[in-house]
Write a protein that binds this ligand. Structure first.
Ligand SMILES: Nc1ncnc2c1ncn2[C@@H]1O[C@H](COP(=O)(O)OP(=O)(O)OP(=O)(O)O)[C@@H](O)[C@H]1O
Ligand SMILES: [Mg+2]
Length: 427
């Protein structure tokens, strides 16, 4: 890799195992802000350590999924590592073989903590070390199983992640307990990545609010509490309902039988998504449940003669999806229902005023003011209170499924763009 200088913290996370002060530690934990250079420095360090201290041994490199691991780590190894390593990938075995010129050779098995097959495969292994990229996104059972496989003398665990809730098992078990676990704990912030362009850093800082700012920018393990969309306010997020030259429309729907149904009509105008209009019905509040046919009529009434082709809807609404397909007017797109990602991306769009709401959408505006995090312990997972959340669910489906939150290329660093074009594939 054509490195910019490594920061002190990056160097330490790479070379701690050589330092008299830290070399007897059993593990390293690098947590903190996004884009702070954790993955790069830890991966380089892990390979240097394993290649220097071991020969003919097996190691594990774990990501959230094998796919994300390939994208974030493996694809870049050639670029990151010094040229004297020879890397061969056995793709069908999810394995890398790394050699040095003087004949040392180790094997690196790739695992996805969320892939069921990984869990089965790691069970039978004997490892000399394991690296977890984004450990807080993996199930505890997988991480414990992988650690338990490290029976070779001198083996070490390498963890990195962005912070989550202080109730998260990894925080309680490892971060808080790092001394007892004989682990070196390094807290990263974006200042530890000297290669980060100040413009990009400023953009990241302006993207996040509330708990996401505390975690992703400050790198702190804080609880998600209070109102979820803190950046939503009537002055900056709500606009008068007036005709605009929308270039594209999409409807997103949260379907309920007992629970309320919300259908939101979104329109794109000059790069900004507006919530143009809404339909909202609560069987419970009105004392009248509607049939699927009636809801379909409501959908048609909401869109009128606008050129709406696409309906995003929760995949569980199977009867309604079948009905919409039968009528052949709308193309059904099953919603991406990842709650936290959806909330985070929606929060960013609101913060950047790329998602605005017409003032006729009263239910939605009301929900924005009420939608809150659960306060009681939820076992470390952030959860919204499941009330006043129907328009909020439909909004999140829209943002996450269309990827409306993604910005154009100008903010993507050059290196990243080259990678996305596949410039650094390992052969
Ligand atoms: N010393 C360096 N020289 C050049 N580029 C670097 C250096 N350190 C980090 N980078 C680049 O900065 C970006 C962020 O680094 P990295 O992915 O390691 O951060 P991270 O802390 O793991 O981020 P996240 O928490 O988002 O996963 C990457 O594009 C990486 O290639
Ligand atoms: Mg990373």
């Amino acid at each position: 890799m054509k490195y910019s200088a490594f920061s002190r913290r990056q160097l330490l996370s790479m070379l701690w195992w050589q330092q008299p002060r830290y070399k007897d530690r059993d593990a390293i934990i690098a947590d903190g802000s996004i884009r702070s250079g954790k993955t790069v420095s830890m991966t380089v360090g892990y390979i240097l350590w394993s290649m220097s201290c071991f020969d003919k041994q097996s190691f594990a490199i774990c990501g959230k999924t094998i796919e994300s691991l390939r994208r974030n780590v493996i694809l870049h190894l050639r670029e990151w590592l010094p040229g004297d390593f020879i890397i061969a990938e056995k793709r069908n075995e999810n394995r890398l073989i790394i050699q040095t010129a003087d004949g040392r050779e180790n094997s690196y098995h790739l695992f996805g903590g969320r892939d069921e097959s990984s869990y089965m495969l790691i069970q039978g292994m004997t490892l000399a070390g394991v690296m977890f990229d984004e450990v807080a996104l993996m199930p505890r059972s997988f991480v414990e199983q992988a650690c338990a496989r490290c029976s070779v003398p001198g083996s070490k665990y390498w963890f990195n992640c962005n912070p989550h809730s202080p109730e998260h098992w990894f925080y309680k078990e490892w971060v808080k307990n790092h001394k007892k676990k004989n682990a070196l704990h390094l807290h990263f912030t974006m200042d530890d990545n000297l290669a980060l362009d100040p413009k990009i850093k400023a953009r990241y800082e302006s993207m996040y609010t509330g708990v996401f700012y505390q975690r992703y920018i400050k790198g702190l393990w804080v609880l998600a509490e209070g109102i979820i969309y803190q950046a939503f306010n009537k002055e900056t997020s709500v606009v008068p309902t007036e005709p605009r030259p929308y270039s594209k429309y999409i409807v997103s729907m949260d379907y309920g039988i007992q629970n309320p149904t919300a259908m939101l009509l979104f329109g794109l105008c000059d790069g900004i998504w507006y919530q143009v209009d809404e339909f909202y019905h609560s069987g419970r509040d009105t004392g009248r449940q509607k049939t699927d046919e009636e809801y379909y009529d409501d959908l048609c009434e909401l869109v009128g003669d606008l050129p709406v082709r696409e309906l995003i809807i929760d995949p569980s609404a199977s009867s309604f999806i079948a009905l919409v397909r039968k009528h052949k007017r709308f193309r059904v797109r099953k919603a991406n229902n990842d709650v936290l990602d959806g909330i985070q991306h929606t929060a960013t769009m609101i913060q950047e005023q790329r998602l605005l709401v017409n003032d006729c959408c009263e239910h939605t505006i009301q929900e924005y003011g009420l939608y809150s995090w659960q306060e009681k312990s939820t076992g470390g997972a952030d959860k919204p209170i499941k009330e006043n959340d129907h328009a909020m669910d439909a909004t999140r489906y829209f943002v996450n499924t269309t990827k409306a939150w993604k910005v154009k290329d100008d903010y993507v660093p050059l290196l990243e763009r080259q990678r996305q074009r596949g410039g650094y594939a390992i052969r």
